[in-house]
Design a protein around this ligand. Structure first.
Ligand SMILES: CC(C)(COP(=O)(O)OP(=O)(O)OC[C@H]1O[C@@H](n2cnc3c(N)ncnc32)[C@H](O)[C@@H]1OP(=O)(O)O)[C@@H](O)C(=O)NCCC(=O)NCCS
Length: 228
């Protein structure tokens, strides 16, 4: 099994659309999967931030990223549609300091084989290479729907953090090295997570000192929103 990561090109767009549908089989009906225009727009605005993973020569995973303009605080409550401009990355700004993980997706047929882990690594490598301060993203609470009748999302996340419950997506993000800075309600229309997401944060260790100077931790940490 040979795994290869590389920047996406225009020739990959059709496969990436197909792959996004393979990764989000249960969201296709809700029309929140990428279409060709969105992926082309990502490549137009930030080709370096679109990375695909090939397993034995076939694309089986990808990340979609953009750099957030400094005028926007990505630690403040936000939605996926809002921060990504409807999934088009129109405000991608090379002068920003935050790499935003808009999507990570792997074909369901190869889940659990380390493709996601390699993509998270490529994400952090990109952050370091570009000299950016941090990676932020919204992580869907993949298995929350199974527990929503029994507990609020903040308790669910706390239990996953303590290792008492497993969440396919959040566990992969914690293993990758993300920390959870809060919860984002109505982040993305997604029945599995009841539309909640974690606010994920990874600090570039080469930049941590000056980030902490500019963004005092107490101010940067949003309160966990109450359940609705
Ligand atoms: C989330 C996703 C990208 C992970 O990709 P993947 O290729 O299955 O991930 P990996 O095989 O690299 O697993 C990553 C880590 O999480 C762990 N993991 C994955 N699923 C797990 C589970 N159900 N329980 C416990 N650990 C799990 C793996 O053991 C691995 O840990 P390790 O590095 O310590 O061995 C993939 O499941 C996916 O595409 N899901 C659908 C799209 C989606 O929801 N994306 C997230 C958007 S926020």
């Amino acid at each position: 099994m040979s795994l290869n990561l590389r920047a996406a090109t225009a020739d990959d767009v059709a496969r990436m659309v197909q792959l996004n549908r393979e990764a989000y089989v249960d969201l296709i009906e809700d029309d929140v999967v990428f279409d060709e225009a969105q992926i082309r727009s990502h490549l137009d605005h930030f080709p370096e931030g679109q990375i695909v993973a090939e397993l034995d020569g076939e694309i089986v995973g990808a990340i979609a990223t953009m750099i957030v303009p400094r005028a926007i605080d990505p630690l403040a409550p936000h939605t996926w549609m809002g921060i990504t401009d409807g999934g088009l990355f129109l405000r991608h700004d090379p002068l920003g300091d935050t790499l935003y993980l808009a999507d990570i997706y792997v074909a369901e047929s190869v889940w659990g084989k380390g493709v996601g882990r390699a993509l998270y690594q490529a994400l952090f490598d990109l952050c370091r290479k570009l000299g950016l301060a941090r990676v932020i993203g919204g992580g869907r609470l993949y298995d929350y729907d199974d527990h929503a009748a029994a507990m609020a999302p903040d308790e669910y996340v706390a239990r996953v953090l303590r290792g008492e419950l497993k969440d396919r997506v959040l566990v992969s993000q914690l293993r990758a090295g993300f920390e959870v800075r809060g919860l984002l309600p109505s982040y993305l229309h997604d029945w599995r997570s009841r539309h909640w997401a974690t606010l994920l944060y990874w600090a570039n260790p080469e930049r941590t000192a000056d980030v902490e100077q500019r963004v005092p931790r107490a101010e940067a940490t949003p309160k966990i929103a109450p359940p609705t």
